[in-house]
Design a binder for this molecule. Structure first.
Ligand SMILES: Nc1ncnc2c1ncn2[C@@H]1O[C@H](COP(=O)(O)OP(=O)(O)O)[C@@H](O)[C@H]1O
Ligand SMILES: [Mg+2]
Length: 268
């Protein structure tokens, strides 16, 4: 790990975090093993690794949805992993999740208007006039025409529209970090590029940082400033995207980079 690639004053700072789970048959699985990394303000960090390597478990630790067995999570200079759920409420405004399956993330009985209104109400300074604020959010994620979508239920939207709604809801509280767990995996190939462009545009206009989880190395290469490679619960290598792809040092990283290169060759 090269120190010069670490942000000087990180927005998110994960220090030796570990979590184990007891599985149904009683065996323990060390899903995350002493993981350390940082994410700077406005930066995109991709977390890559095969299925089961611990990416989602690490995302849940960062979001404090699960507490680490050991180690620390710091957000905006403050340790947050030992705070109560009540204390976490205000800190969560700084950090919002976007999940793969947007359909599970919405209350089926709420309309688009109601879902976004509820999210806006949680923000530090809720707007007095909700409707224009909701319309503005929808426009930011390119859900048009806003007026026709307000009374729809999330299940009446297409998969791509629902994922945009998930992004709009995350943006409602004006976060500084979005933790996105495979946000494009459920979307059609044709709309993946559009959603990726949207995420980049949002970063440029708002200076948001992303912890972007994906098993797709090509996507990490196109999108991330830095890459963390996870294997069996550990971060086996981290560096700038350029370093990881040009001179991977870890054997597992080499395999991932090589596999991505051959897929790119086929696609070219
Ligand atoms: N709540 C849980 N209970 C038991 N085992 C879990 C739980 N969450 C994750 N695991 C296990 O931890 C390992 C890592 O899983 P996960 O974090 O979902 O990996 P990934 O997101 O990279 O596919 C897997 O072996 C998985 O079965
Ligand atoms: Mg996962």
């Amino acid at each position: 790990m090269t120190t010069e690639t670490q942000p000087a004053r990180p927005l998110l700072d994960v220090r030796s975090a570990s979590i184990s789970f007891k599985q149904q048959h009683g065996a323990m699985v060390h899903a995350v093993r002493s993981v350390s990394f940082a994410v700077g303000a406005g930066e995109t960090v991709a977390l890559v690794g095969e299925s089961g390597s611990g990416k989602s478990s690490l995302a849940r630790l960062v979001l404090c949805l699960t507490r680490p067995d050991s180690g620390e999570i710091h957000l905006a200079g403050e340790r947050i992993d030992h705070l109560s759920n009540r204390e976490l409420r205000t800190r969560r405004l700084l950090m919002q999740p976007v999940f793969q399956d947007a359909s599970a993330a919405f209350n089926p009985r709420r309309t688009v208007m109601q879902s976004l209104e509820q999210a806006l109400r949680c923000s530090a300074t809720p707007p007095v006039d909700m409707r224009p604020a909701v319309e503005e959010l929808l426009e930011q994620v390119r859900l048009f025409p806003a007026s026709r979508l307000l009374n729809r239920f999330s299940h009446e939207l297409s998969g791509g529209q629902r994922q945009r709604l998930g992004i709009a809801r995350a943006l409602a509280v004006n976060p500084r970090l979005i933790v996105a767990d495979e946000p494009l995996s459920g979307a059609d190939v044709s709309i993946r590029g559009q959603i990726l462009d949207l995420l980049i545009e949002i970063q440029e206009s708002r200076g948001i940082a992303y912890l972007f989880i994906t098993h797709d190395m090509t996507l990490a290469r196109a999108f991330a400033h830095r890459v963390l490679v996870m294997y069996k619960g550990e971060i086996v290598e981290q560096g700038t995207t350029e370093q990881i792809f040009a001179e991977p040092k870890n054997e597992y990283t080499k395999i991932l980079v090589k596999a991505a290169a051959s897929i790119d060759d086929v696609a070219a």
